[in-house]
Design a protein around this ligand. Structure first.
Ligand code: PNW
Length: 485
């Protein structure tokens, strides 16, 4: 009982939600089954040269077919909640406000929701996890066109609240709007792959587009939340919010004010870009306005009122920490990060943490604890941790050694301990979703990056599942951390 974890027993509230998160485009498969329309990710992965291993998500983990087995497996892992996303193009194949609803798509999500509830698992549902219908991209440029996009998104949201809101009480409008914009419109490595930085992406103006798309996401999130609160919440009694990404930024040299300021600027460009308007001042951070000028859109007075306070909780996705060094001028993507350089070692040569199988991700629980306090101190809003997890090197076949995934167990032990310590220090944290339930299609990385606590043999037609030991570690650790009474 002298282990550091003993002091954390029972520190999480007894109604704490925990489980795993997934995204439709990464797990469902059935990419064109039962009337589903094409999404920008379907288009992206069928375009040669876009996905690292040349794969598509046509079948992914086949959770569209295997959802009953998956719910049983999840139940055996002891979860109390499951966070998943709805594929817009499964529900409204062409996407628009006047386009027809696909009843078979609605039926699939009804089945999944009912199956979860019958097994005592609470659904947390994300409306948008990056897979906008391709038709909306073609009709008017998707989120670049806020005016035309708004009624389409609101109608989609309305259909979801009407059809699922009797049973779904936790809604998330957008997943990581910042990754969607930066990877899709600046780096150009994600759909819709617009970027003026790199040759292999043909179109786009990266100096303005990411900020225009970000603005559309913030304002339409707020309009969907207003609609839910006014028209659905009184009878359905649920809550609605948004999930933001954000890694922690630690100064490269903590003694040098230039790098200390750079690290704060990096946090503002990455996190406060979305969080200040929604949870804070109602407007973009001054550091962004100073650097970007009128490349950053402005909120009308009406939009400010609408956006401020538009999320019932702070949905947080975070995986890692970087050392942040000041740069004197904008170059390429650094302009979008606040003129900083993101490094693996600090000025003393210390490493941010051990490498995973994903180039940007290293195990750094020490930064996670700092991030939880930074967000709590700045926004004072209850936090739902909606994604956190890791890949591990060498997970290439379902051998005993691979399934005994000690690297992932160490990751979860470290990060969950930080969650419990932050709660003991007064940070209001109400959920934790590991990323992710099964190995899946990791976007532009294809099937090579395995984030699951369940190994999937993608070479078998039935996408055979093998539990990794981390699934049971997490079950036992939550049992230890969550208060009994
Ligand atoms: C998240 N970064 O994306 C997404 O929500 C998931 O769909 C995804 O599979 C998961 O994390 C793992 O990648 C991120 O560079 C992508 O810091 C990149 C970053 C963070 C999150």
């Amino acid at each position: 009982t002298s282990s550091p974890e003993a002091s954390l027993a029972g520190s999480l509230r007894k109604d704490f939600y925990w489980g795993y998160a997934t995204a439709a485009a990464q797990v469902e498969g059935a990419w064109n089954a039962d009337g589903k329309g094409e999404s920008i990710w379907d288009r992206f992965c069928h375009t040669p040269g876009k996905v690292h291993d040349g794969s598509t998500n046509e079948d992914a983990a086949r959770s569209y077919d295997l959802y009953k087995e998956d719910v049983q497996l999840m139940k055996s892992y002891g979860v109390t909640a499951y966070r998943f996303s709805l594929a817009w193009s499964r529900i409204i194949p062409l996407g628009g406000a006047d386009d027809p609803v696909n009843e078979k798509g609605v039926q699939y999500y009804n089945n999944l929701i009912d199956e979860l509830l019958a097994n005592g698992i609470t659904p947390f549902v994300t409306l948008f996890h990056w897979d906008i219908p391709q038709m909306l991209e073609e009709r008017y440029g998707g989120m670049l066109n806020q005016e035309r996009y708004t009624p389409d998104f609101l109608r989609y949201a309305r259909v979801c609240f009407e059809r699922f809101g009797d049973r779904v009480k936790h809604w998330i409008t957008y997943n990581e709007p910042g990754v969607y914009t930066l990877a899709g419109y600046a780096a150009g490595v994600h759909a819709p792959a617009r970027s003026s930085f790199r040759e292999r992406n043909e179109e786009g103006d990266s100096s303005t587009e990411p900020f225009i798309v970000g603005h559309t996401e913030i304002v339409t999130h707020a309009r969907a939340a207003k609609m839910y609160r006014e028209e659905f919440k009184p009878s359905q009694k649920g809550e609605i919010g948004i999930t933001l990404h954000g890694n922690y930024s630690e100064p490269w040299d903590a003694e040098d004010p230039v790098h200390v300021a750079a690290a704060e600027r990096a946090r503002e460009f990455e996190i406060a870009w979305y969080a200040d308007p929604i949870y804070g001042s109602g407007d973009y951070p001054q550091s962004m306005r100073d650097q970007l000028g009128d490349r950053l859109p402005t909120f009308t007075e009406e939009e400010k009122e609408l956006v401020k306070g538009s999320s019932d909780f702070y949905g947080m996705n975070s995986y890692t920490t970087f050392f942040i060094k000041n740069l004197d001028g904008p170059t390429d993507i650094n302009d979008h990060l606040g003129n900083v350089e993101k490094l693996d070692t600090n000025s003393k040569g210390e490493s941010r943490g051990p490498e995973s199988d994903t180039y940007w991700l290293r195990t750094a629980p020490w930064g996670y604890g700092k991030l939880l306090r930074w967000v709590w101190n700045r926004y004072q809003t209850p936090i739902y941790l909606t994604e956190n997890g890791t890949t591990a090197k060498g997970e290439t076949e379902p051998s005993e050694e691979i399934l005994n995934d000690t690297f992932r167990i160490d990751f979860y032990r470290g990060y969950l301990s930080e969650v419990a310590k932050a709660v003991q220090d007064g940070v209001d944290i109400r959920s934790y979703f590991g990323w992710t339930f099964t190995d899946n299609w990791e976007w532009a990385a294809g099937y090579s990056d395995r984030f699951g606590v369940t190994y999937v043999d993608f070479d078998t037609p039935e996408k055979k599942r093998y539990p990794k030991r981390s699934a049971y570690f997490n079950r036992d650790f939550f049992n230890h951390l969550i208060a009994k009474a």
